[in-house]
Design a protein around this ligand. Structure first.
Ligand code: DAH
Length: 340
């Protein structure tokens, strides 16, 4: 069809007549191809020819072709047969195929381990507290007996905001917030995210800690030891031994690092690096300065505290060699935990 001989009114009525004759989906499809098909469709062809019509004819013909094009598109689209499934499409659906099994969500292994740890303490009457992840230097360091000049600040290098606040490097600040708002005696734990400038197979810039604090009259180092022994047996099995090594933390005095006997061997293995012991947490008796700072009288009250990395415990308990696996959302890693 030469566009110069094309009569738009005639074309429209012809098209509408053809539409009114449509009886089956296949007819509708044929008509669509005849008008809108990429190759040889009448509308497609006219649009193409528009490019070469004489300048003075362009506005008139352009308008006519566009109106015709809209008429065809809209009429076909709105036609009841447009929504009928084509026989070709029907054939493609095979009702005998097995059903599609939707993927089930489940708790993350870190959540599972954290829940287990929290449960131990909740059963012993501990309160569960939370604090902000964006923290002031006061709660993260100073109130924990770690002034600006203290070398322990370097080890906990973190991310600072322009206003001086920081991403907390430890959950220990929650101890301070809790003591400011509660009177002893009390026992509390604080699980949560912490941040440090560290990144390798056992360190991540974001990880989780669980903090614990018990303050009351007559709380002694034996209470600390007994609590951590019971906790270790609960986590790693009833045969588990613990070992306390003298250590240093600015906010406890004396301080101890706690190891558990390797749950995987009795004579040395890869997990315990042939030492038969695994370090799991830091702890100690709350430093007098910390108690004084929150207005608790250290002559009357004493307390113990401890803190541990949840990833570390999970890696030991579940035999996971690389901390980054926790954050990659790889189903090959996550799925085996989903039955729990
Ligand atoms: N905040 C310490 C850390 O991140 C862990 C810790 C050690 C917490 C001893 C305590 C504690 O409450 O008493 O390494």
């Amino acid at each position: 069809m030469n566009i110069m001989e094309w009569d738009s009114e005639n074309a429209s009525s012809t098209f509408l007549a053809q539409v009114s004759d449509l009886a089956a989906k296949a007819d509708w499809e044929n008509l669509r191809v005849a008008y809108l098909g990429k190759k040889n469709g009448l509308v497609t062809d006219l649009v193409e020819q528009l490019r070469n019509v004489p300048r003075e004819e362009k506005p008139r013909l352009g308008k006519a072709v566009n109106q015709f094009k809209s008429l065809v598109e809209k009429t076909l689209q709105d036609h009841p047969l447009a929504k009928v499934e084509s026989s070709a499409a029907q054939k493609v659906f095979d009702y005998t195929l097995p059903g599609y099994q939707p993927a089930m969500g489940s708790l993350h292994p870190l959540t599972l381990i954290q829940d287990r740890m929290v449960e131990f303490f909740v059963r012993q009457g501990y309160d569960v507290a939370e604090g902000p992840q964006i923290e002031t230097a006061y709660y993260n360091f100073e109130a924990l007996n770690t002034p600006e000049s203290h070398p322990a600040r370097d080890e906990q290098d973190t991310f600072y905001f322009p206003d001086g606040r920081l991403l907390r490097t430890q959950t220990s600040g929650v101890q301070i917030r809790y003591m400011e708002t509660h009177q002893p005696p009390f026992r509390m734990i604080a699980p949560g995210k912490v941040y440090r400038r560290d990144d390798d197979i056992t360190h991540s810039p974001m990880f989780h800690q669980l903090e614990g604090l018990v303050v009351g009259e007559g709380i002694t180092f034996s209470d600390l030891k007994g609590t951590l022994q019971a906790f270790s047996r609960y986590l790693f099995g009833p045969e588990t031994q613990i070992r306390l090594r003298p250590s240093y933390f600015p906010f406890t005095e004396p301080s101890a690092e706690v190891d558990v006997s390797c749950p995987f061997c009795s004579s040395g293995c890869r997990t315990c690096k042939q030492t038969r012991w695994l370090e799991i947490l830091g702890s100690g008796m709350v430093d007098d300065n910390v108690l004084k700072g929150v207005g608790i009288d250290p002559e009357r009250y004493t307390g113990f505290a401890f803190g541990m990395g949840i990833e570390r415990i999970a890696m030991l308990a579940l035999g996971i060699p690389d901390i980054r696996w926790f954050y990659q959302n790889d189903r090959r890693f996550l799925d085996p935990f989903s039955w729990r």
